[in-house]
Design a protein around this ligand. Structure first.
Ligand code: SF4
Length: 378
């Protein structure tokens, strides 16, 4: 599995919690689309023997693009890359962009999966986050989208200040009412230099406690699993057949090319990241240079990434693969560090080989993984 990620670095307004790369000035939209097409061309040799199986428009807010601009980008991918017959093509979209006219246009385009940034169905949460949409638009966009698309994912945020367990449950129930097959759900985190961080610092907002956040996750897990979803990654729940192919490839450390400012790439050995400045990105691409910094991952980096991504998913990590790919020392170390978590029923070994988090351990996967990281064997 290999994919192309295209970052659309524009948003109508800044959500209070967000530290992604975007600009609220749309003036350079056309120049940006042309630069993205040009970057696709400049980097075509990186995938010369690789078939593209997924195309993902992320952001920022890709739905601020005209459908014709999205089609222009897909045409550029098809022109320069070998794309499989029926690739998964996902567009992240915000509810306020999804008029019926836009949804009809998108449904007629090659986009076959929508990922809608609902975040919450409640006005007070949306206001607190400074989302561009309101509660009515959240429901209306989802209703309309489900009339035209079968493969829909929505984002929901939990662990918000003042969010009772009861309101969180109503959010999940509302989402299920639309019959969608995939939900991505993240805990609200207070990222440095965001408006939310300032509110917290000034005492205007008191963040949810770790216990409250974990209760929200547990409830989400319980309800969605009873509704037929699999928690296939700590933040991703899908019905069978509806796991995100793009994200699964990323977690399974497959190759991907990230196009656009701030986009990341991985070729199996090296990780690259593009400059996160729109004017500088456009200028450099216009001069025929991809403004990317590259880091060659060491064996230890690769091991750590494998542990981190694996323990967050239902696929876990293979102890045999650790021994063959990284060496017996790494396997011994992983097992030694895993021991106490196995005793606490947070990790278990499935079928003598696959180390996985238990249902209880999944929420704590990042902390457990950090404890299994190798630090000094470069
Ligand atoms: S719409 Fe998404 S990318 Fe844009 S500011 Fe909000 S959270 Fe960030």
């Amino acid at each position: 599995m290999s994919g192309i990620y295209i970052h659309i670095p524009f948003c109508k307004q800044a959500c209070h919690y967000c530290d992604f790369h975007f600009s609220t000035t749309m003036g350079k939209k056309e120049a940006m689309v042309n630069a993205l097409c040009r970057e696709l061309e400049l980097r075509k040799d990186e995938f010369s023997n690789i078939v593209v199986e997924t195309i993902y428009f992320g952001g920022g807010t890709p739905s601020v693009l005209q459908t014709s601009e999205i089609e222009q980008l897909i045409a550029a991918v098809r022109e320069h890359y070998d794309v499989m017959a029926n690739p998964e093509i996902t567009l992240e979209a915000n509810p306020d962009d999804l008029s019926e006219e836009k949804i009809i246009q998108l449904a007629a385009s090659p986009i076959n999966r929508l990922s809608i940034g609902i975040q919450s169905f409640f006005e007070e949460d949306l206001k607190l986050m400074n989302r561009a949409h309101n509660a009515l638009e959240a429901e209306k966009s989802l209703q309309l989208a489900s009339e035209y698309f079968d493969n829909i994912s929505i984002d929901l945020i939990y662990g918000m200040p003042n969010m009772t367990l009861e309101r969180w449950k109503r959010n999940i129930d509302k989402a299920l009412g639309f019959g969608i097959p995939h939900i991505s759900s993240y805990a609200l985190t207070v990222e440095p230099k965001t408006a939310l961080a300032k509110f917290v610092e000034d005492g205007l907002i008191i963040p949810a406690t770790d216990e409250e956040t974990q209760e929200h996750f547990n409830l989400l897990n319980e309800i969605l699993i009873s509704a037929g979803f699999d928690c296939y990654e700590i933040s991703n729940f899908g019905k069978p057949g509806y796991y995100s192919k793009n994200n699964s490839a990323y977690w399974q450390q497959k190759k991907y090319i990230g196009i656009g400012p701030s986009a990341h790439s991985f070729d199996g050995v090296r990780r690259g990241w593009n400059i996160n400045n729109n004017p500088k990105y456009i200028k450099s691409i216009e001069q025929g240079l991809v403004p990317m910094e590259v880091e060659v991952l060491s064996k230890t980096d690769n091991y750590n990434e494998y542990i981190m991504t694996g323990l967050r998913t239902i696929w876990g990590v293979s102890l045999t693969r650790i021994a063959t790919e990284f060496g017996p020392k790494y396997q011994e170390y992983a097992l030694l560090q895993a021991d106490k978590y196995i005793e606490e029923h947070l990790l278990f070994v499935d079928g003598d080989d696959i180390l996985k988090t238990t249902k209880k351990g999944m929420f704590l996967a990042d902390g457990i993984a950090a404890d299994l990281f190798m630090l000094n064997l470069r």
